[in-house]
Design a protein around this ligand. Structure first.
Ligand code: PGA
Length: 242
């Protein structure tokens, strides 16, 4: 299976900057599927200029298709502009917008109804890791964030320890191996052998310098990259590392 190299641009880049960044990405590594997730306002313009070898993703969608939800974007709208993926349950959404596991699970259903591939994000805070509760925390998140009834082929999981996001502090290889093994075990319990088809991404201060090592670890099916995806050279280095 190809490694998924996903760039989460968060709330960065004007449309002009987004176009320049998308054009500068060299997604020519055959071992990698490369995904970029610009802001909502830049999705359409980026779609128009990006190469065929890039996939387009959004950073969230609403649970419902339409209605009185000021400021929200629906999966229906994302399907309409040919988005391929949607990131759901990012820790910044969980914290800043009070998103909880059940809501994320509902969004997964909605996304799938609109042919969007959900990337379900999970990850523990530092206090949970320090108290030895990190695996239990993540497995609890997974249980409701991946709703019953979805197929293994439908989902991608991203493990992003909250303490490693945007901090420059990457989880150690032991931390990543331990958690990815635990996530894989959960997925196997849920999906049986089909769990092998689910890519489990690592995210949290991934950069060109550490990508190769992270991507070589067991059960690491790709990376979700924030800060380093805003710099084309860095992101291209991560793509090369796959
Ligand atoms: P970071 O962000 O690479 O800047 O740590 C990762 C993410 O939030 O997906």
């Amino acid at each position: 299976m190809k490694k998924l190299i996903a760039g989460n641009w968060k709330m960065n880049c004007t449309n002009t900057e987004s176009i320049a960044l998308a054009k500068a990405i060299k997604a020519d590594n055959k071992n990698a599927e490369v995904l970029i997730c610009p802001s909502f306002t830049a999705l359409s313009v980026v779609k128009d200029v990006m190469g065929d070898n890039l996939a387009l993703g959004a950073q969230d969608c609403h649970v419902t298709d339409k209605g009185a939800y000021t400021g929200n974007i629906s999966a229906d709208m994302l399907q309409d502009i040919d988005c391929h993926y949607v990131i759901l349950g990012h820790s910044e959404r969980r914290e800043q917008h009070s998103e909880h596991d059940n809501m994320i699970g509902q969004k997964v259903y909605t996304a799938l109804t609109h042919n969007l591939k959900p990337i379900v994000c999970v990850g523990e805070h530092l206090d949970k890791r320090e108290s030895g509760m990190h695996i239990e925390t993540v497995v609890t998140q997974l249980k409701s964030s991946i709703p019953l009834g979805v197929e293994a082929n439908d989902v991608t999981v991203a493990y992003e320890p909250v303490w490693a996001i945007g901090t420059g502090r990457t989880a150690s290889t032991e931390d990543i191996l331990e958690m990815h093994e635990a996530i894989y075990a959960f997925l196997t319990e849920r999906f049986g052998v089909a769990a092998e088809n689910i890519r489990i991404l690592y995210g949290g201060s991934v950069k060109a310098a550490n990508a190769k090592e992270i991507l070589s670890l067991d059960h690491v099916g790709g990376v979700l990259v924030g800060g380093a995806s805003l710099n084309a050279d860095e992101f291209n280095g991560i793509i090369d590392a796959a």
